[in-house]
Design a binder for this molecule. Structure first.
Ligand code: FE2
Length: 416
């Protein structure tokens, strides 16, 4: 398999498939070769490339980061979990109401973001302050019920990715900001910065933004200019913005270990707000369907993010995020120890492995006449002698059909 890796991950024994520089500009005899000594890695680094493509069938692969076990994830969440923002029990009814309220604001915000992006594309003056008015409503929503806001952002529709992504990242960032205890003013700056984080992409040609194949080095470099472009649009063509908002735009691709862009900042130099946006951005990008790939499951995205804690993401923020969305985020289809299939309908921050679920099939995986709500945290959640527990995520093309025919509360949110 050909895979692109960062030069810092190069090791002796890997087979270089493409260096990304012309033959005359690198010191090796061939364009493709096996790395046989550490000095060759130094020579590759000296070429100034950030990434290299390797062929894992002909040489060593990058060791996979050790994935966390369910228990490890749960322990991390429990150890770092912030206090629950609302002590009273959130009923399924209340979750539904708050999620619906957040979805309404989301729909009202879509045309505002679309118009802003159009203004950037046409090169005229832009008015980013309209975004702040929408953000204020989202802040209220996130403060009222961060779990519902995060759940809403998990329900993927079919809206155009760029606009939908900006708003989803804003909602997720606000839910996370509320979870870690930010005040209302900071939340408004965070929500605005998150909404505008990819504004600079509006001046990247659409043929590159939507390119189904791999970007060339030149296209990739152009794409990497979108943080500075976003800041320039606001400061030159807009009415300016607060530094906290600009830092979200400029630093959302920076990584704790210094391998991000545009400035390669490392841990102490990256602001708190962009660290939050960065987690929300990558989570939403991983779980969204794109022109060139289908999104992964929310559970899988959590596992991937967790594998990058300390490297790309601030572990405290990541743990708060996992506490918020759960190890099995709302909408995840799961398989129980009883072999029944269920869907997660509400996260349980006290016990991340025991969310509220709706059971959709019997133990022979035959659909039930009606989805059955079960709180896994409650002792009486038993069937026969076995207490129900989640055995793991369940992925099947049948998921949407199961949700529909059992009348699950998630039937309208199911991917088609
Ligand atoms: Fe971005």
């Amino acid at each position: 398999m050909i895979r692109e890796i960062h030069v810092k991950d190069l090791q002796v024994g890997m087979y270089v498939h493409e260096l990304g520089v012309r033959w005359m500009n690198h010191p090796f005899l061939r364009n493709r070769f096996r790395i046989s000594k550490p000095s060759e890695i130094e020579k590759i680094r000296a070429c100034g490339v950030a990434t290299v493509r390797i062929d894992t069938r002909r040489g060593a692969d990058v060791p996979a980061p050790a994935g966390p076990t369910k228990q490890e994830l749960a322990q991390q969440v429990a150890a770092c979990k912030t206090e629950e923002t609302r002590p009273e029990e959130k009923t399924a009814e209340r979750m539904r109401e708050d999620t619906a309220r957040c979805a309404r604001i989301y729909r009202e915000t879509l045309p505002v973001v679309r118009q802003l992006m159009d203004e950037v594309r046409s090169g005229g003056k832009i008015d980013a302050h309209r975004v702040s008015r929408q953000v204020e409503q989202l802040v209220e929503s996130a403060i009222r019920n961060p779990s519902a806001a995060a759940a809403m952002a998990n329900l993927k529709g079919h809206d155009e990715y760029t606009f939908a992504h900006s708003i989803q990242v804003s909602i997720l960032s606000l839910a996370l900001g509320t979870q870690i205890g930010l005040g209302k003013d900071e939340l408004t700056l965070l929500g605005t910065g998150a909404m505008l984080h990819d504004l600079g992409k509006a001046s990247i040609p659409l043929r590159i933004l939507n390119k189904p194949g791999r970007l060339t080095q030149e296209e990739f470099r152009l794409m990497q200019t979108h943080p500075q472009r976003g800041v320039s649009h606001l400061t030159e063509k807009g009415r300016g913005s607060r530094p906290e908002v600009l830092s979200c735009i400029l630093e959302h691709h920076e990584k704790l270990n210094g391998t991000g862009y545009p400035r390669g900042l490392s841990e102490p130099e990256i602001g708190l707000l962009p660290r939050i946006v960065s987690v929300a951005d990558v989570y939403d990008a991983l779980t969204s369907d794109r022109v060139y790939q289908r999104g992964t499951t929310a559970h899988n995205a959590i596992v991937i993010l967790y594998g990058l804690r300390n490297l790309h993401f601030d572990p405290r923020i990541l743990n708060a995020f996992i506490g918020l969305v759960g190890v099995y985020p709302v909408g995840t289809m799961v398989r129980l120890n009883t072999r029944e299939i269920a869907v997660v309908v509400s996260a349980n921050p006290r016990e991340p492995l025991r969310p509220d679920i709706e059971i959709l099939t019997d133990r022979d995986q035959k659909p039930l006449a009606r989805a059955q709500l079960v709180r896994l945290s409650e002792a009486e959640a038993t069937r026969g002698s076995a207490r129900r527990t989640i055995a793991g995520p369940w992925a099947s093309a049948d998921g949407a059909r199961l949700l529909r025919i059992t009348g699950s509360s998630f039937k309208d949110a199911a991917p088609t």
